[in-house]
Design a protein around this ligand. Structure first.
Ligand SMILES: Nc1ncnc2c1ncn2[C@@H]1O[C@H](COP(=O)(O)OP(=O)(O)O)[C@@H](O)[C@H]1O
Ligand SMILES: N[C@@H](CC(=O)OP(=O)(O)O)C(=O)O
Length: 254
């Protein structure tokens, strides 16, 4: 039995049908005998829509209020996902960044994670429940919500996986892994079955938008294996493993 952290991006939870599909996938992983903690992003374009609404009201909104607003997106998806798991006959508890113990510095909109103390998440897992955590958010020393910068849920997932001592951090998106180029723009792009942390960082430096930079740096620093894959298929995706770790030792690849 392994401890698996699964991160579902906005494209995987874009509407309620997608949330039900993701719930079934989480339950399937649990039924294979694994403990599952989930990090979820806001549904579809929710974060962009919230920003548009804010700018419609105030062209220069206070940073604190922007983060208060933007953290709401993940709160919607996490609770709907917990309900979908409940409706499918299993147990889940959702947690905000604060409840999951994500402590950050004070930089609203671009906060850095200082520590993760996920006691509530551990307690939920010990009860046999799925723990669902709002990505992209934490709290500063004042107790106010902060966000980690766009795409920050990838970093939340890796940080949670490290804090829990997970065996693998699976990043679910809408394509079958990391490709040689954006497969939506370059149809001939090929999936890369295995890639190093350094190679992803090089791809990002060349402008490729695959994973949040900080997520890859964090994963490399703490030797956390990543599996980037699609939530729309069951095909293996792209494995990113620390040196010396055998792909055969990674759970839930098939
Ligand atoms: N090299 C690449 N490999 C895979 N996907 C890429 C690559 N470069 C850009 N992408 C794009 O990244 C998208 C997934 O990122 P994003 O939309 O942020 O997903 P999510 O909602 O899961 O966070 C894919 O649909 C793909 O178009
Ligand atoms: N919802 C946030 C955080 C995030 O990481 O989203 P996604 O995983 O969909 O890129 C954003 O849009 O930036």
């Amino acid at each position: 039995m392994a401890l698996i952290v699964q991160k579902y991006g906005g494209s995987s939870v874009a509407d309620t049908e997608s949330i039900k599909r993701v719930a079934r996938r989480i339950i399937d992983t649990k039924r294979k005998g694994h403990d599952v903690a989930v990090v979820v992003s806001a549904m579809g374009d929710t974060t962009d829509d919230l920003i548009d609404q804010a700018l419609d009201i105030d062209s220069n909104p206070p940073d604190r209020e922007m983060d208060m607003l933007m953290t709401a997106g993940e709160r919607i998806s996490m609770s709907l996902l917990a309900m979908a798991i409940h409706a499918a006959g299993a147990h889940a508890q959702s947690f905000t960044g604060r409840q999951a113990g994500f402590l950050t510095d004070a930089r609203y909109g671009a906060a850095h994670i200082r520590a993760v103390k996920p006691q509530r998440v551990k307690d939920a897992l010990a009860q046999g429940d799925v723990a669902i955590v709002a990505g992209f958010q934490g709290i500063n020393a004042l107790g106010d919500p902060t966000t980690l910068g766009r795409g920050g849920s990838d970093t939340s997932a890796v940080a949670l996986a490290v804090a829990l001592g997970a065996d693998i951090c699976e990043i679910y998106t809408d394509v079958d892994g990391i490709f040689t180029a954006d497969p939506r723009i370059v149809p001939a792009a090929k999936r890369i079955p295995n890639i190093s942390y350094e190679e992803i960082l090089e791809m990002s430096a060349c402008g490729s938008k695959v994973l949040a930079l900080r997520c890859v740096e964090y994963a490399e620093h703490f030797s956390m294996p990543l599996h980037v894959r699609s939530s729309f298929s069951h095909r293996p995706g792209t494995l990113v493993l620390p040196e010396g770790v055998d792909a055969g030792s990674i759970p839930n690849v098939q």
